[in-house]
Design a protein around this ligand. Structure first.
Ligand SMILES: C[S@@+](CC[C@H](N)C(=O)[O-])C[C@H]1O[C@@H](n2cnc3c(N)ncnc32)[C@H](O)[C@@H]1O
Length: 288
């Protein structure tokens, strides 16, 4: 068992784990290895990577508890985790499906928010038309890209919205487990969609994307995926990590080139995977 890390070391490792390491003259594989080692050590510290899987319970306003299987760190990867951005986006999705027009801050202060678990269990909630059909997204066919543990897609599916949760091949079996754990298999399914070769059956109205940028290749791959999918509406949640400014700008410029218009941008404070303060930005994009 490793010794506990002090706060400064935790913050340093946290920055290192998402750094482009531009100051190093080493090959990209070595930089990747360094980032991986930093993330592993942090994960170990947080208990995230305890041996084997764990089922994490996340409470989402209006929806209540969502159970997420998070396979622990295995020999050569960090496992599948639920990142801070998806906690924010899941709450926004639930909020928008439940109460389209209510302002986020009012919502957090409201009695409904505080009582949301009781409300979820009540007959009114189960019978509520809004819950079953959703509101804005009621007739959408949605796709989640880089779903990870699938929190956002699962929350959307709980509102009766048809959604396909996608990720790399090694992540998809766990997405199926999480769909079953949350009893949303009527509306949700899981499929492989690799942004480097974006092939998937079907047409989608809405893409749900949370925390997709952590390498130089990601903006171009993601933009190409959206181009191929021809998806007209996007919900995007990004952690505003200082080290990925150029990747974010590349993504924003790409949205312009693909003729998407940004229709919403809201920043809020939250916590990253390792418990550090993090600013997140929620964005909506649309095109005709
Ligand atoms: C930082 S995680 C975010 C996961 C999840 N959206 C969340 O917020 O918890 C990035 C996700 O993107 C996925 N990903 C990375 N490269 C990908 C690619 N080429 N194609 C599809 N998914 C990819 C990873 O497997 C991972 O699940």
């Amino acid at each position: 068992m490793a010794d506990p890390l002090d706060k400064g070391t935790r913050q340093w490792l946290s920055r290192l784990s998402v750094s482009e390491l531009d100051w190093l003259q080493e090959p990209e594989e070595l930089k990747e290895e360094l980032r991986e080692q930093a993330a592993r050590r942090l994960a170990q510290e947080c208990g995230v990577a305890a041996s084997g899987s764990r089922v994490r319970t996340v409470t989402v306003p209006f929806v209540g508890e969502v159970k997420l299987n998070e396979p622990g760190m295995t020999g050569d990867n960090l496992g599948v985790l639920t990142w801070g951005a998806s906690l924010v986006l899941a709450r926004i999705i639930a909020q928008q499906n439940s109460q389209d027009s209510q302002d986020s801050k009012d919502f957090k202060d409201s009695k409904d928010f505080k009582d949301s678990k009781d409300f979820k269990d009540s007959k009114d909630f189960k019978d509520s038309k809004d819950f079953k059909t959703g509101s804005r997204f009621a007739h959408c066919r949605a796709i989640e890209l880089g779903a990870g543990t699938g929190l956002c897609g699962i929350v959307m599916a709980k509102y009766g919205v048809s959604v396909v949760l996608t990720d790399l091949p090694e992540v998809v079996d766990n997405l199926k487990i999480n769909i079953d754990l949350n009893h949303v298999s009527e509306t949700a399914s899981a499929a492989v969609l690799d942004w480097s070769n974006p092939e998937i059956e079907g047409k989608f109205d809405l893409a749900i994307i949370s925390d997709p940028l952590y390498s130089k290749e990601h903006p171009a791959m993601l933009l190409n995926t959206l181009r191929v999918l021809e998806v007209p509406h996007i919900l995007l949640e990004l952690p505003l990590r200082p080290l990925f400014v150029s990747e974010r700008n590349e993504l924003y410029a790409g949205f312009d080139s693909l003729k998407y218009t940004r229709t919403k941008y809201v920043e809020e404070e939250g916590k990253d995977l390792f418990g550090n303060d993090q600013t997140f930005a929620y964005m909506e994009y649309s095109k005709n």
